[in-house]
Design a protein around this ligand. Structure first.
Ligand code: GLA
Ligand code: ZN
Length: 678
């Protein structure tokens, strides 16, 4: 879809459900799509019930008509396999398809994304449907992508999953002795004698609720369950992917991911997908850097390759408590934000607003009024024209990042399962502090996993690297020795891959690189805000956890001001080989992180893509391809703002020319896309 030779522009369109409408309306849809500059539709997302009424009876007649209609109208198709919700007859006849929740309650038919990933029935019939679809539509040269299922997610604790968990564990650990070792089952006499003793960690076994927070008695078991659950669902994707590949090996396969979605380890998923696509629904009023980080994580799971923006709402979502409208210009701004971070399509959920059930008040290209005379339709058409004029210029563009931030699902899981030292610990939040700082300083960042190569980077930031997996410390060691700068924080290096503590002093495997020993960690309750440290003549807050550490070769750059650990180091740097390793011993404030990175960026000679104040609401990113370098400038603020260009260039949206050092002024929600002159 995004590397399609025939498609020479940013594809523009989205989820289209004509099967929910009388046929008379379809031609009108085509007229409106053409008016809006729509050139791709995602079809067949929730049609399983209509396509298959029992084990052997398939009926593709309506889909045939729809496929014919959109082809005649020159539309590209992203063809879904429809397996995001199973048919009622299947649930009635084969209850193994129904999920069991973590309280042990077996669900009935209802909702969607509701099939047990280890159900033999689900796997058999989803694969059969996927294969039939690919066989039937293999000659349609307007299919630009397969869209497997829809927004895979959730968890299941049924008996099938329990059996499959044992198989998964056996494959991973080989012997029951090894299983007992990695789960440290000598604690509380948990020793397993037989694989059959193993049960899923739910509210009937290891899970419990503590002060309203979900906890587990055995982190090792729960962590492996999370890995297993993500793998089980991924297996469903792979089975369908392989089924469609049988007849259409040339059509790329994706499924729509959900950004930083905790239950699925997307870094593993990315390896199995031809390209990444994702659904972006930023909460109204959220900081723009939040959605930017989601985009960068999505680009990162495929090692920086462009992604498809598969869904966004043109105007409003229905599932927030207060469904505020996207203000004029915001849909366009967020569409370019996706492109700025590696998006090569702009797509919506949905094309026509449905009339019943829970999404009838969700935004759509065509509203209930049914005409083109709406604010939303006018904005969509204007962007449609702009993207047509832009053509293929930005397609395939990569982000030239010299800084990388580690975002690792195992760390996210392990830190949230941890019993202590603080409920305020928040892996996502910690990573986000560092990301936001660099983004606002206009520094391109790649969000990477621990298995990714570090060779392109000068700066590697791994906030709260609680679990330092086998081999990752060695990668960091070489990176720093060769001249790189490594940054990490409190609660790092404690455990290995199974959540077993590395004894001999924190931060375990990172101790020699950082040149420190963390002896203790003091949890700071959110209401206690008086802990501070000083750094370069200023005082900054020390929150969440304060590490009490000793220097073992590192130099202290700032010390705590209070409590019995006043005077102990809070920020350290250690020269290691040709590089440096920094440690920040507590959570601090945006002003601290700005100051801190100022120093590191200068040391490494990493420069922002534009100049000017970094407090601005203007986001700036660069993408590069064989056609050139493209600077995206996005004003998320409520008033006019400006930045200063380093090189000159042409704004492809307004046609304006800028010389080197020129100031670009953008109105509120305004966008510039400047092709830079070298
Ligand atoms: C998700 C789904 C869509 C729709 C939208 C509504 O992204 O994939 O089917 O439910 O949410 O926001
Ligand atoms: Zn199950």
């Amino acid at each position: 879809m995004i590397e399609n030779e025939k498609v020479k522009k940013v594809l523009y369109g989205g989820d289209y459900n004509p099967e929910q409408w009388p046929e008379e309306i379809w031609e009108e849809d085509m007229r409106l799509f053409s008016l809006a500059g729509i050139d791709v539709v995602t079809l067949n997302v929730f049609s399983w019930a209509a396509l298959q009424r029992d084990e052997i009876t398939y009926d593709f007649s309506k889909l045939d008509k729809i496929m014919g209609l959109v082809k005649k109208n020159g539309l590209n198709v992203c063809l879904a396999t429809s397996t995001g919700a199973h048919p009622a007859w299947m649930a009635r006849k084969y209850p193994d398809i129904l999920r069991t929740d973590n309280m042990g309650i077996k669900r009935k038919f209802g909702a969607r994304h509701n099939s047990c990933p280890n159900s033999p029935t689900y796997r058999k019939y989803s694969v059969a449907l996927a294969e039939r679809l690919s066989q039937r539509y293999k000659d349609y040269d307007n299919i630009v992508s397969w869209h497997i299922s829809n927004e895979y997610g959730g968890e299941c604790y049924c008996e099938n999953c329990e059996k499959a968990f044992r198989v998964w564990l056996r494959k991973k650990y080989g012997t029951i002795e090894e299983l007992n070792r990695v789960w440290n089952t000598s604690f509380w006499g948990h020793t397993f004698y037989d694989w059959e003793d193993v049960v899923l960690p739910d509210m009937r076994s290891e899970e419990f609720s503590w002060n309203g927070v979900q906890k587990t008695n055995f982190q090792g078991i729960s962590l492996d369950y999370k890995r297993f659950n993500s793998d089980s669902i991924l297996e469903c994707f792979k089975l369908e992917r392989d089924a469609v590949k049988k007849h259409t090996p040339q059509i790329p396969v994706t499924t729509n991911l959900m950004g930083c979605y905790q239950p699925l380890d997307y870094q593993k998923w990315g390896k199995e997908m031809d390209f990444v696509s994702w659904d972006s629904y930023p909460i109204f009023g959220a900081e723009y850097s939040h959605n930017a980080m989601y985009h960068d994580v999505m680009r990162g799971v495929k090692q920086g390759k462009p992604f498809a923006l598969m869904e966004q709402t043109p105007s409003v979502s229905n599932w927030h408590a207060y469904c505020a409208l996207k203000r004029p210009g915001v849909m366009r701004l967020l569409s370019y934000q996706a492109m700025a971070h590696g998006g090569d399509t702009v797509m919506f959920f949905q094309m026509r607003r449905s009339i019943g059930a829970c999404e009838k008040y969700h935004g759509a290209v065509i509203d209930h009024v049914g005409t083109e005379h709406t604010r939303v339709f006018r904005e969509i058409s204007a962007l449609g024209k702009e993207l047509k004029d832009l053509g293929d210029k930005t397609l395939g563009g990569r982000t030239p990042a010299k800084a990388a931030i580690v975002f690792d699902w195992d760390n996210w899981w392990a830190t949230s399962l941890s019993a202590g030292p603080s409920d305020a610990m928040d892996y996502f939040g910690e990573v986000y502090q560092y990301y936001r700082t660099l983004l606002k300083m206009h520094i391109p960042v790649d969000m990477i996993g621990v298995e990714d190569s570090l060779s392109d980077y000068k700066i590697l930031v791994a906030p709260m690297l609680y679990m330092c997996k086998d081999g990752f410390d060695e990668k960091i060691r070489s990176f720093v020795k060769d001249g790189g700068t490594f940054v990490t924080t409190y609660f790092s290096g404690y455990v290995e891959d199974h959540d077993l503590v590395i004894t001999g002093g924190y931060p375990g495997r990172l101790r020699d690189i950082l040149g420190i020993w963390v002896e203790e960690s003091d949890a700071i309750p959110p209401e206690k805000t008086w802990h501070t440290f000083h750094y370069e003549h200023e005082t900054y807050p020390a929150e969440i956890l304060c590490d009490l550490l000793h220097l073992e070769g590192a130099e202290s750059l700032g010390e705590y001001d209070n409590d019995f650990y006043a005077g102990m180091p809070a920020v350290t740097v250690h020269g290691f080989g040709k590089g440096k390793a920094y440690y920040v011993a507590a959570r601090s404030s945006e002003t601290f992180y700005n100051k801190f990175f100022d120093r590191i960026l200068k040391e490494q000679g990493v420069e922002p893509v534009v100049t000017g104040e970094f407090e601005t609401c203007i986001e700036a990113t660069v993408r590069e391809n064989e056609k050139g370098s493209f600077l995206f400038l996005l004003n998320h603020g409520e008033s006019v703002g400006s930045v200063t260009l380093k090189q000159g260039g042409t704004d492809l949206l307004s046609g304006r020319e800028y010389g080197p050092g020129a100031e670009v002024s953008l109105e509120a929600k305004g966008v510039a896309l400047i092709q830079l002159k070298h």
